[in-house]
Structure formats: structure tokens, C-alpha cells
Design a protein around this ligand. Structure first.
Ligand code: AMP
Length: 435
């Protein structure tokens, strides 16, 4: 019986795994640059955390959660996102009890949503994100947006568009909700089932609907910007002009509401322009300000702002923008030509690794020709050939697998010479990469 992977999941190996690791390393590098510390929270949480945190009117809670009862009859959910779990952790561990707010955390890990799999949409995917809690100022919002932008910039992703909107304060949102209800009351009979549900629980969510016919109706709906209080407008303007100061142009989008209920105030999304040969995978990431989330799950009254990128989407776009090869190989492929030499090479490899070389070797006797082929397939930089002749002379033969040049070096001198050769090889490669 063949066992298939679960629908909407994917395996990562070889070059693709290296590509993902590189994307993650870029994200973490940037988060560190802004002095965000890592936080790791469990993949499973009590279901009510997400119901309260992410919100009952969201598609995530309504349709997409992987929820089950454990053996103790508790309702458990595989996290569909990480923010709610991080807020829970901040409350559980009283991380807020510090004089040095804001708390600044970054995270990386798998999420689970029961969605219809398609390009850029999986049932298990990974998110990288940051949360800054306790500095209720437009500076914090602008900093988080700029961090996300820098990540995309560092990944060489061009044509990035940052969309921004404000969902306003409670008063603005209440008025806007009423205006939407009034407007959609005339149309809701013709709209999709999801919109009918959204109309009852949270009419703002209707603006997020992707159904073509509904879009036509949404187009003429009242605009949030007409309902924003003066403070909310000023806050948004401050964020926009701070970003402008650092050359990040944002596009104001009245229909941007985001799919999670906890957002209040500024929300944003990162997109890339449609590029030839690239599937449209939707938003690369997004986030926003949340004034009440921590309080709602039992914490103090501290506001926060966060963003999340989907690693799969970043990796997909990055794989088209980067020239880097993710086929990593060893510095040295140590080739022993007899069983006796192979046994001796065991400690030689150890010595080379302790000097910082990435080393691979053969464990069984094979012909020189076949070993060289393996070395090339493994993408090794140099083959280190050790046959009877080399043993007698106390030396090794080094072959540059790119230029095919071959030299002999004395065992006593081996580490020093190899270090120089590898450094030169890397310098050449770096120079080639520049063109
Ligand atoms: P959200 O938590 O819905 O705001 O999503 C943040 C980011 O996570 C999105 O912009 C995507 O990059 C990514 N994402 C969300 N859902 C999925 C999914 N089902 N598959 C892959 N990536 C996803």
C-alpha cells in the first residue's frame, strides 16, 4: 500500500530545503537587526484561544481550523497562526511585567489551515513574523512595516507594493459597520453564503470577499476613510509619512481589512507586481495593529503591532529572483583508493573537519573514475585523492573539480595549502556571482 502525503502538505529536501533555510536566515537576520528576540510557542493550543483571539467571524476560525479532542476530552487546535499563542505566552509567563516595553519578539514555525490547496496556499505552511507589544505609537507600526519591507528588499524581491489602511478606533469602526450594514442590506440576498454570514457577524469582512459578482457590489460600498476619526486619520498619516522619509512608498487601500478579527487601527499587506512566469500567490505577508488582543485573552491593556510572512510564498518568489545556487556541496571529497586507505581516511577527515573544511568521503573501494563522478555530482570543490603512490610519498593529490587542475601537496603542509586553495576558490566564485 502506498502512503501518500496529506493533501496540502509538502516535503522539502535538497536545494529546496536550502532555499527555505536561506529565506529564513534573511528574515532572522533582519529581525535581529531591529533587536527582536526569538519566541517559540507550542503548535497546539486550547481551541478557545483562537476563537477568542483570531475571532469568531474570521474564515480561519469558522472553516479552517484543525481541531480535535485529545484523550482528556479537551478541545485542542493546531495553530492557524502564531500571534494568539504568543499573546497567551506573554500572559502565562508574565513577560509584560517589565519596565522596558515594548516587548519585541520574532517567530518562525508551521501553521495549519484547512484551505483549498492551490498555488501559494497549503494546509501546512510556515510563517515568519514579529510582534512588538507595549508601545502604542505610530513609530512602532512604521518600524514593523519597514522591517517587513527590508526583508523583501534583502531577498532581492522587486516590484514590491505595500498596501495600507486603517480600521480606525472603536468609534470609527462602529459607525462604519453601521454604514456597511445599511449599504449591504440592499444587496445581501444576491451575495455568496460567506458574505451572508459575514453580514451577520462582521460586515467589514465582506470587503475581503474574492467572488467576482460580489466584488462589483463591494466596489460601491462606503469607504472606511470617510468614517475614520481625526485621531485615526492622523495616526495613519504619521505612519505613511515616516515610511516616506525612509523611501518606502505605501498605497492606501480602503478595502484592505485582513482576515483576522483582532486588528484595529493600521493594517498592511506586501504584494509583488505580477511578473512573467510567476504565479500570482497573493499577499507575501501582512499585519497590523491590535489594541485589544492581549487584554481579551486575560493580559494587561497593552497594544501591539505585528506582521507575518508566509515562508512558502517568499521562497517561491525568491527562487525566481536569486542567482544563488542552493546545491551545496563539500569543500573536499576525500577519495581513498583501497580499503586500508579508506580506513585511515576516517581520522584524516576528522582532522580536516576540525580545521573547518566541509568534508565528504567514500566508504567503499571504487574506481577513481567513478569516485570523481560522484565528487562532481555532489558538487564538491576539490577531490583529495589518496592512492598507494600518495601514501608512499607522504602526500595527497588535490584536483580542482571546476578547472580540472591537479597538484600534489605534502601531508605536513596539507591544511595550510588547502585553506589557501579553498579561500581562492570562494573568492573566484564570489566574483563570478557579481556578473
Ligand atoms: P495571515 O496570517 O492570514 O495574515 O497570513 C500571513 C501570510 O501567511 C500570508 O500573506 C501568506 O504569505 C501566508 N499564508 C497564509 N495562509 C497561507 C496558506 N494557506 N498557505 C501558504 N501561505 C499562507
Amino acid at each position: 500500500m502506498e502512503i501518500y502525503p496529506v493533501k496540502g502538505t509538502h516535503d522539502l529536501y535538497d536545494e529546496e530545503a536550502n532555499l527555505y533555510r536561506s529565506v529564513e536566515a534573511h528574515c532572522i537576520f533582519l529581525a535581529n537587526l531591529f533587536n527582536y528576540q526569538e519566541i517559540r510557542t507550542p503548535i497546539i493550543e486550547h481551541t478557545n484561544l483562537f476563537v477568542r483571539g483570531v475571532g469568531e467571524s474570521s474564515d480561519i476560525v469558522n472553516k479552517e481550523m484543525y481541531t480535535f479532542f485529545d484523550k482528556g476530552d479537551r478541545s485542542i487546535t493546531l495553530r492557524p497562526e502564531l500571534t494568539a499563542g504568543i499573546m497567551r505566552s506573554i500572559v502565562t509567563n508574565k513577560l509584560y511585567a517589565t519596565n522596558d516595553l515594548p516587548l519585541k519578539y520574532y517567530y518562525l514555525g508551521p501553521c495549519f489551515r484547512y484551505e483549498r490547496p492551490q498555488a501559494g496556499r497549503y494546509r501546512q505552511f510556515s510563517q515568519f513574523g514579529v510582534e512588538a507589544i507595549g508601545a502604542p505609537t505610530y513609530l512602532q507600526d512604521a518600524e514593523v512595516i519597514s522591517l517587513g519591507y527590508r526583508i523583501l528588499y534583502m531577498l532581492g524581491i522587486q516590484n514590491v507594493k505595500v498596501y495600507i489602511n486603517s480600521l480606525g478606533d472603536e468609534e470609527s469602526r462602529k459607525n462604519y459597520r453601521e454604514a456597511l450594514k445599511k449599504y449591504f442590506a440592499k444587496h445581501i440576498d444576491k451575495m455568496c453564503a460567506d458574505c451572508k454570514r459575514r453580514y451577520e457577524v462582521n460586515p467589514l469582512r465582506i470587503l475581503d470577499c474574492k467572488v467576482e459578482e460580489d466584488q462589483q457590489i463591494i466596489k460601491n460600498a462606503p469607504k472606511m476613510s470617510d468614517y475614520l476619526s481625526t485621531e485615526a486619520k492622523m495616526y495613519l498619516n504619521n505612519v505613511v509619512s515616516l515610511l516616506k522619509e525612509i523611501d518606502i512608498e505605501v498605497i492606501q487601500d480602503d478595502n484592505l481589512v485582513r482576515g483576522l478579527d483582532y486588528y484595529t487601527g493600521v493594517v498592511f499587506e506586501y504584494h509583488v507586481d505580477k511578473v512573467e512566469g510567476l504565479d500570482n500567490v497573493g499577499a507575501l505577508g501582512g499585519g497590523g495593529h491590535y489594541a485589544n488582543l492581549l487584554k481579551e485573552i486575560g493580559g494587561p491593556d497593552l497594544e501591539g503591532v505585528g506582521l507575518a510572512f508566509g515562508i512558502e510564498r517568499l521562497a517561491y518568489v525568491y527562487s525566481h529572483t536569486t542567482k544563488e545556487s542552493f546545491k551545496y556541496g563539500p569543500d573536499l571529497y576525500v577519495m581513498g583508493m583501497s580499503q586500508e586507505i579508506i580506513d585511515k581516511n576516517f581520522s584524516l577527515c576528522e582532522l580536516l573537519r576540525s580545521n573547518g573544511f566541509v568534508v565528504e568521503t567514500n566508504y567503499e573501494v571504487r574506481s577513481m573514475k567513478s569516485l570523481l563522478k560522484t565528487a562532481v555530482r555532489k558538487n564538491a570543490k576539490f577531490a583529495l585523492i589518496i592512492g598507494e603512490d600518495e601514501v608512499l610519498k607522504g602526500q595527497v593529490t588535490v584536483k580542482n573539480l571546476k578547472s580540472q587542475e591537479q597538484t600534489s601537496i605534502k601531508l605536513d603542509d596539507m591544511v595550510r595549502v588547502l585553506t589557501t586553495m579553498i579561500n581562492e576558490y570562494r573568492a573566484d566564485e564570489a566574483q563570478e556571482g557579481e556578473f
